[in-house]
Design a binder for this molecule. Structure first.
Ligand code: ADP
Length: 259
């Protein structure tokens, strides 16, 4: 065969709308994220960043448009030209390929770090415990917490808990990772260790969509930053372009606010 090969985007969002009652929160968002790309979503509070992230992995149903993850709808299948909602079990299986890391770490408080890590692989992916444990220990090493396998979440700092949450996400071998302000619940001195783990993932080629207020992370790590305002994308481009030569007044206003 000759000619160029087309790459399937890891995320393909086309004219996505999302309303809560009468409130239109997303108003025609279109965005492709390519495999291996790191995209940071920036924008003022209330602009729709979290909602968009939740729509990507079908934690929210979209009101219009289309979202494909690695070429596939997470919550629907097509049947004779119409979309049919998938059973929850199948949706959960598809969603498991997309890991989400939240502001609050959501670890099970009464389980050890290791037990937190093996839960989903065993229950959702039906992996044998020994195999799940082996990989979980590998992931803990990757986030620098090998010595904490037997600890309970409340024995860890916020930064360590978030690193465990990232390790837990990795145990599912996600194709895509969605981060929703992963450092904003942390004391300032603990932010760096979490960003370092994320930098390491980015260097390793993970496809990432990151909602963040950490401008230095966006500047250094993002391939592309996307600025949202009032439910639309106002600007998108390489960080140096958006930060140094913002085209849109609303981007300039946002950047002036965050410094
Ligand atoms: P951002 O992440 O940019 O701060 P969000 O996506 O969290 O923005 O919120 C965008 C808007 O959607 C806000 O006005 C928020 O109040 C509203 N919103 C978000 N989730 C819901 C919900 N479940 N029900 C009603 N309104 C919501």
């Amino acid at each position: 065969m000759t000619g160029s090969t087309t790459v399937t985007p890891m995320v393909h969002a086309d004219n996505v709308w999302k309303s809560f009652g009468h409130l239109d929160v997303l108003k025609g968002i279109s965005l492709d994220v390519l495999p291996g790309e790191v995209v940071c979503l920036l924008g003022s509070s209330g602009s729709g960043k979290t909602t968009f992230l939740r729509c990507i992995n079908h934690l929210e149903r979209i009101s219009g448009g289309e979202i494909l993850v690695d070429g596939q709808r997470i919550g629907y299948r097509e049947q004779k030209g119409t979309l049919v909602e998938l059973p929850e079990r199948e949706t959960a299986r598809r969603r498991a390929e997309t890991a989400m890391v939240f502001q609050q770490f959501n670890l099970f408080p009464h389980r050890t770090v290791l037990e937190n890590l093996v839960e989903a692989p065993i229950l959702v992916k039906r992996e044998p415990r020994a195999e799940a444990t082996q990989r979980a220990l590998g992931m803990l090493a990757r986030v620098g917490l090998s010595d904490k396998a037997g600890a309970y979440p409340n024995q860890l700092s916020g930064g360590q808990q978030q690193r465990v949450a990232i390790a837990r996400a990795l145990t599912m071998r996600p194709k895509l990772m969605l981060f929703d302000e992963p450092t904003s619940a942390l004391d300032p001195e603990l932010v760096g260790e979490v960003l370092e783990v994320m930098r390491d993932l980015a260097r390793g080629g993970m496809t990432m969509v990151v909602v963040t207020h950490e401008m230095s992370f966006a500047r250094d790590v993002a391939d592309r930053v996307v600025v949202m305002d009032d439910g639309v994308i106002v600007e998108s481009g390489p960080p140096e372009q958006v930060f140094h030569h913002p085209e849109h007044a609303r981007t300039r206003a946002f950047l002036a606010k965050v410094g």
